[in-house]
Design a protein. Structure first.
Length: 275
């Protein structure tokens, strides 16, 4: 099957995102797990796609992301990649698939060969060696900090992180360590907006936020959340773009385009979506 693009769009690369950071242009990211939605995101000009291990919850119906496998991630990445010529594709390495250097290399090989252009791993300074080894092997990494869902059993629930001075300092130190190791991007989940702003200003690499305020370079939401498809009470940072009055044709592609536009012009997120 050939996917037709409505617009001639240049592929977004890491260099594009670095340029956006340097010029202060915001970028959009949505999770995506299949070809049809990837095609609609492309028509809506979404800048980056995250094939997130959130698919364990929103696609597979699991109660956490822990059961997701590398084979699941490679399968969904390949489905997305087939319909995408525009967005940079970032794929999560799932729970315990990068516990050792050998695991990290094998898991990255699988998802990069399936079409990912960057891998995302959760943690902090303890990931430094993995980040530098992957970078040396041609794999850019995005390090996910703050609320890291693969550690839900350590946190004892999905809670805002980095609230105390000590926790904020630890997060800054973790960011420094992974950036020094060669991380190409940072993703902050559920951290106070003021802390996310400090991280974004301090580091030269692009910073994506979810529940991290409006000052990060990029924003990401789980696709199902931003389409109003909830199986549990939505988090404070979620906005339903499908039924929003500004999505005049009430289409899925319209919701993606509205999200992209509001991220680009800084009207999403508002303080109401931030901690
Ligand atoms: O897996 C995922 O969807 C994520 C987002 C919550 C950032 O990691």
């Amino acid at each position: 099957m050939t996917y037709l693009t409505d617009k001639r769009q240049a592929p977004i690369t890491l260099a594009t995102l670095n340029k956006f950071k340097a010029t202060g242009e915001k970028f959009s990211c949505l999770t995506c797990y299949d070809a049809s939605f990837a095609h609609a995101m492309q028509n809506a000009c979404v800048d980056t796609i995250l094939v997130g291990d959130s698919l364990g919850m929103v696609v597979q119906g699991q109660s956490s992301t822990l059961p997701v496998t590398v084979a699941d991630m490679a399968y969904h990445t390949a489905n997305v990649a087939r319909a995408n010529q525009h967005a940079l594709i970032i794929t999560d390495l799932p729970f315990m698939s990068y516990a050792t250097l050998g695991d990290a290399i094998a898991s990255s090989r699988a998802v990069m060969q399936a079409g990912a252009q960057m891998v995302k791993i959760e943690g902090g300074s303890e990931l430094s060696q993995i980040v530098s080894t992957l970078a040396k092997n041609g794999v850019p990494t995005c390090v996910h900090l703050g609320l890291t869902p693969q550690s839900v059993n350590v946190f004892g629930g999905y809670k805002v992180q980095g609230k105390t001075d000590a926790a904020a300092q630890k997060l800054l130190d973790d960011c420094q360590a992974v950036v020094d190791a060669g991380a190409a991007m940072l993703l902050l989940e559920c951290v106070p907006a003021a802390l996310a702003k400090r991280v974004t200003e301090r580091f030269a690499v692009p910073v994506i936020g979810i529940g991290a305020g409006s000052d990060t370079d990029g924003q990401v939401l789980v696709m199902h959340d931003m389409l109003g498809i909830y199986t549990r009470k939505p988090a404070k940072f979620v906005k339903d773009f499908l039924t929003d009055a500004a999505n005049t044709d009430k289409s899925v592609q319209g919701a993606f385009a509205l999200y992209h536009r509001q991220v680009k012009d800084g009207t999403f997120p508002t303080p109401e979506h931030s901690f």
